[in-house]
Unconditional design. Structure first.
Length: 195
């Protein structure tokens, strides 16, 4: 089973996270940040991953530490669960529509972490959630998962729809990228022989 359990404790957050890449899209998310709970639930369902997250963070300061540290923990869990990445498809991309919003998400499970985003949100907040934290989450996640991630808004007028398209798109792209390629099941998907 391709799964991982990560615990991360700092002076700002205390996180317990479990991830199963070969799950059924079940989730149990309690981050203390309502909008992030919603996004991670969507992500897990569309990735078909089983994901459980509990975070106790200093949300009286703001949501930044919790959002970033959950991104770090989820990235670390994905990297651990993938092991040597033998047999995975590695690459995937999707342009995901959410009503008027259209977001392109592309991933390369490359062994090199980097997030490249272009998400010009029309509002600074979605409810009480700072929209700039979407990028912070993606950067923390991609860096710690050691994958290359591009997220680009192609159209959008509603900040909630844009964010939702980005998280659903990430789920779908990762689902495709981590799937096992039957024709290459015993091979590392790189001419270098290592990812």
């Amino acid at each position: 089973m391709r799964a991982a359990e990560v615990s991360r404790t700092t002076t700002e957050t205390d996180i317990r996270l479990t991830l199963n890449l070969d799950g059924s899209g079940q989730s149990d998310i309690h981050t203390g940040v309502g909008f992030l709970d919603h996004m991670l639930t969507l992500f897990a369902r569309h990735a078909n991953f089983d994901l459980a997250v509990v975070c106790k963070g200093d949300t009286w300061v703001d949501d930044h530490h919790s959002v970033e540290d959950i991104g770090i923990a989820l990235g670390a869990a994905l990297k651990e669960a993938l092991g040597d990445k033998r047999g995975i498809f590695r690459y995937a991309s999707l342009a995901l529509p959410m009503d008027e919003a259209l977001v392109l998400v592309a991933v390369d499970i490359s062994g090199r972490g980097g997030a490249y985003t272009d998400l010009p949100f029309p509002s600074e907040k979605i409810g009480t959630f700072d929209t700039e934290l979407v990028r912070e989450f993606f950067v923390a996640f991609a860096t710690n998962a050691a994958l290359t991630l591009h997220v680009r808004e192609l159209a959008g007028e509603n900040s909630h729809h844009i964010a939702e398209a980005a998280f659903k798109g990430l789920g779908h792209a990762l689902r495709a990228a981590v799937n096992i390629d039957p024709a290459q099941a015993d091979r590392i998907p790189s001419t270098k022989g290592l990812l």
